[in-house]
Write a protein that binds this ligand. Structure first.
Ligand code: E4P
Length: 218
């Protein structure tokens, strides 16, 4: 299972990369706007740090302009993955860009039908949004499980990139379901490290060690 960080914050990406568990990064226009730095400069810098797939989202809504934006982004760095919305126009652009060898991540996927279309159009990744489905009272995990199963049934090569993860249980459930990738905010990655028994256990080991005479601590 690959771990991507869902952020455009260079600091957060550096921190996660230093942990040795970071495989890639996903951004979106909201995350880029939050950081307030130029788009191209941000994507290029992220690629340099991560040396793995970095999703950069198009702004156009028609297939022709999406393809032009995508080709430009892909020229910035070999690690750029172009993010397109899962719309009819996005699907056309997905097919065309995938045939040109430009990897595509189809975002804002909310149904198994959309995911089937993405696989048929040759997308490298599909991004079902787990948390946003939970937010409106649907079980987001059901969608992840359905897509994983459907892709297995037909041996589709598109990778399931579970997105909009909100807490560490989402990561466990995605791993159990067999999602290829989980993209998460830095906060969720941090939460994955934490267990109170680890902290208490370590404190006790160190306290007990101090009871050992200094000359025996060698
Ligand atoms: C994925 O690529 C999206 O950027 C992201 O996961 C959306 O998450 P949100 O629903 O928390 O905004």
């Amino acid at each position: 299972m690959k771990f991507f960080l869902d952020t455009a914050s260079i600091n957060e990406i550096r921190e996660a990369a230093a942990l040795g568990v970071l495989d890639g990064v996903t951004t979106n226009p909201s995350l880029i706007a939050k950081e307030g730095k130029p788009f191209k400069q941000t994507i290029v810098e992220i690629c340099k740090i991560v040396q793995g797939p970095v999703s950069a989202e198009v702004i156009a809504t028609d297939a022709g302009t999406m393809c032009k934006e995508a080709q430009e982004y892909a020229s910035w760095d070999k690690h750029v993955v172009v993010k397109l919305p899962t719309t009819r126009e996005g699907m056309k652009a997905c097919k065309c860009l995938s045939e040109q060898g430009i990897p595509v991540n189809m975002t804002l996927c909310f149904s198994a039908n959309q995911a089937l279309l993405v696989a048929k159009a040759g997308g490298a990744y599909v991004s079902p949004f787990l948390g946003r489905l939970d937010d409106i009272g649907h079980v987001g995990m059901d969608l992840i499980r359905q897509i994983v199963q459907i892709y297995k049934n037909y041996d589709f090569k598109t990778q399931v990139l579970a997105a909009s993860l909100r807490h560490p249980l989402h990561v466990i459930d995605c791993a159990l379901a067999g999602a290829h990738v989980a993209t998460m905010p830095a906060k969720v990655l941090d939460q994955m490290f934490k267990h109170p028994l680890t902290d208490v256990g370590l404190a006790n080991f160190l306290k007990d060690w101090e009871k050992l005479p200094k000359e025996s601590q060698k």
